[in-house]
Design a protein around this ligand. Structure first.
Ligand code: GLC
Ligand code: CA
Length: 580
């Protein structure tokens, strides 16, 4: 009797649960197709991609000469890091004129032919917009610092020194981590969350916002297809500059991200720009919580399209990481965005060391398989893949051993600081070799000619010595290379919307070697099996039966079909995409 009642209660609650699920699915904005959801974004770091004139610096003509390569990958969007006029203290993230192309990269005519060349090949272009700060050499800042009464004074954040020292603010790039820089010209401090050559713009000033919208219009009118808003989560500030608790810098995004009227500014930007052009929009950083991220991208709010959160890419640590943790993070983000909002999926970018060196295994025995396995993950998850140039070749960290190999000012400063304060330099160099940003910025490896075919001159940063075996020319000829595998993966995603929109379900949750999940919608179902370890592993298949069709596998001897047995073995870093 008791069981009977329990059964009714259970079936009633199932019914209710199904109803709410059905209701939710009806309203499921995540399934509504958009070009920027089904896109595969390929990130180009222009300084390191291809040099056309032998000065050792990658440039626009270099990219133009490789447009057919981009086309051959099958990707359909390029995100280009900044190419605007800049002193290049932070490789373009310090803009001195937002409407000019930096002469190191070329001319506006080069830009126009790059854009039309991409469009002719069906590739869209997303540009970086760096407006949390400008360069200290921007005309606005020159004006702003010239006098306290200059009309541009309030374009930046100033604190008059007669009021004492301003409340401490942490700088991500400053050698002393002090975000206030004293300027004797007007006896005042200015704020710089990044380096002192990157003063923060004052978004609370409506004139600054109008200037930014004008810049966006300029580029959108040229026909670009999207904006990536650099460090945008930090733009809004409480300009009374209250004291933050001691030690706040250990968790500074809590105090810096999503402050003040940030969402109001985005809604204004939407009204002025995003609602008027068919452009995609993504901000770097997604705040501190799922709610923060939703507030940026839920379509009913009219702000941005995609959330680019760091929780995934931050997991890798010098002493490794736990796959269980990795699965939990990606699964939680997926379920938080199942019904509304949309995510960017990535494991690398220009601020990270190489994907295969951090998340996979760059030892010769494992490099190809682990790199292919990680690419499989990125291209079979729900969300828009943001794939970093060179990862399709399985490019690795260069293992620099001398500080002279590094170029990133942040790294050079940290080194100086460690030397000056008597810290452990050897340990620091080891940490750099694992995680420094320059690891991901070495020249793109085109072929076996000197400097990997990147330049005929001296490259601005050394080429990875492994370029003779890891490069486009060699990999194009090898049917089992990372490159050819990547092309197949791209094609698979481009031809199966299930891999874009389909529901994600984690399987064999507690397996600490294998990441297994399904992607499923009315059009089809896929099972993805990824061995994240150097050992053989087993996927515990609890419920699937029959045969599956192997849509893609990174070991060459795998047959065309697979029997779904209760236990499926996987070799080190083996990856399989199975169509059910
Ligand atoms: C972002 C960029 C990074 C840059 C910083 C300051 O994090 O991705 O490369 O150094 O902003 O603009
Ligand atoms: Ca050049």
């Amino acid at each position: 009797m008791k069981n009977y009642i329990a059964a009714i209660a259970l079936s009633l609650s199932c019914l209710l649960a199904n109803q709410t699920k059905a209701q939710a699915e009806n309203k499921n904005e995540s399934n509504s197709p958009k070009w920027w959801k089904s896109a595969i974004v390929y990130q180009i770091y222009p300084r390191s991609f291809k040099d056309s004139n032998g000065d050792g610096i990658g440039d626009l003509k270099g990219i133009i000469s490789e447009l057919d390569y981009l086309k051959s990958l099958g990707i359909n969007v390029v995100w280009l890091n900044p190419i605007y006029q800049s002193p290049n203290f932070d490789n373009g993230y310090d803009v001195s004129d937002y409407r000019k192309i930096d002469p190191e990269y070329g001319t506006m005519a080069d830009f126009d032919s790059l854009l039309s060349g991409m469009h002719r090949r069906g590739i869209k272009l997303v540009m970086d917009l760096v407006v949390n700060h400008s360069s200290s050499e921007h005309e606005w800042f020159k004006q702003s610092r010239s006098s306290r009464t200059n009309p541009y004074r309030n374009y930046y954040h100033w604190w008059n020194a007669e009021n004492g020292k301003p409340p401490y603010r942490f700088s991500l790039f400053d050698i002393n981590h002090d975000a206030w820089k004293y300027d004797s010209l007007t006896n005042a401090y200015y704020l710089h969350y990044f380096s002192d050559k990157q003063p923060d713009l004052n978004w609370e000033n409506p004139k600054v916002r109008e200037e930014v919208y004008d810049i966006m219009r300029f580029w959108a009118d040229k026909g670009i297809d999207g904006f990536r808003l650099d460090a945008f989560q930090f733009v809004a500030k409480d300009t009374t500059f209250p004291m933050f608790p001691k030690g706040f810098e250990k968790d500074f995004t809590r105090y810096y991200a999503m402050q003040g009227n940030l969402h109001g500014y985005l809604q204004q930007m939407y009204q002025q720009i995003f609602s008027k052009y068919d452009v995609m929009s993504v901000a770097e950083g997604a705040g501190n919580t799922f709610e923060d991220a939703h507030n940026l991208v839920d379509s009913n709010r009219h702000e941005l399209n995609l959330a680019y959160a760091f929780n995934g890419v931050d997991i890798a640590k010098p002493n490794g990481y736990s796959l269980l943790h990795f699965k939990t993070v990606f699964s939680q983000w997926d379920s938080a965005f199942e019904h509304s909002g949309w995510l960017a999926i990535f494991l690398a970018n220009h601020d990270q060391a190489r994907m295969v060196s951090r998340f996979g295994n760059d030892a010769p025995a494992f490099r190809t398989h682990s790199s292919q396995m990680l690419s499989t993950f990125i291209l079979t998850m729900r969300g828009t893949p943001f794939y970093y140039n060179g990862d399709e070749l399985g490019m690795t960290n260069p293992n620099f051993t001398s500080i002279n190999d590094y170029r990133d000012k942040v790294i050079l400063d940290e080194y100086k600081h460690t030397v000056l304060t008597g810290g452990n330099v050897q340990d620091l160099l080891k940490n750099f070799a694992f995680g420094a940003r320059d690891n991901g910025r070495t020249p793109f490896q085109w072929n076996t000619s000197p400097n990997a075919g990147f330049t005929t001159g001296t490259p601005w940063i050394n080429v990875n010595p492994n370029y003779k075996t890891i490069n486009v020319a060699v990999e194009e000829k090898d049917p089992n290379s990372c490159l050819n595998y990547f092309k197949k993966l791209v094609q698979l995603r481009n031809t199966h919307t299930t891999l874009v929109y389909g529901k994600y379900t984690l399987l064999d949750k507690n397996n600490d070697q294998v990441y297994a999940y399904t992607r499923e919608d009315a059009a089809g179902k896929f099972l993805i099996l990824l061995n994240f370890s150097t050992k053989n592993a087993t996927f515990n298949n609890n419920h699937m039966k029959g045969q599956g069709k192997v849509a893609l596998a990174n070991y060459t001897d795998v047959g065309k079909t697979i029997t779904l047995q209760p236990k499926i073995s996987l070799r080190p870093y083996e990856a399989m995409v199975i169509e059910l």
